[in-house]
Ligand binder design. Sequence first.
Ligand code: CUA
Length: 124
Amino acid sequence: MKPAKFIIAILILMISLLTIHHFIGGLSIADEKETVIQVTAKKFEYSPKEIRLKKGVPVVMEFTSLDRLHGFNCPSFKIRSDIFPGKKNLLRFTPDKAGSFPFHCDNFCGSGHEGMTGTIIVEK
Ligand code: CUA
């Protein structure tokens, strides 16, 4: 292989790896230094039901379900995620205001769906 072709091959390989890393890393794996808050969902509750955060401090919420598809929707911050069983969904988020903000399940999950709620509490 000529040097020019070799360099091009290496460049293509590097770009491919960076792209793969971007997609896998960006969507499903939290960096070690990120603050991860694990939230599990099951009919018809979240654990924890109260999520305590600090204003201006970025976090990654890691959602998983113990039974079926649920949802997480917090209109005050315009954030949402599906919550699948056997899978982790990440939501990166930095609360920009202090207070108590309700969230709820937005995927119909059965008779208790309407009452499947929780609160994000953001301290200054
Ligand atoms: Cu859980 Cu709807």
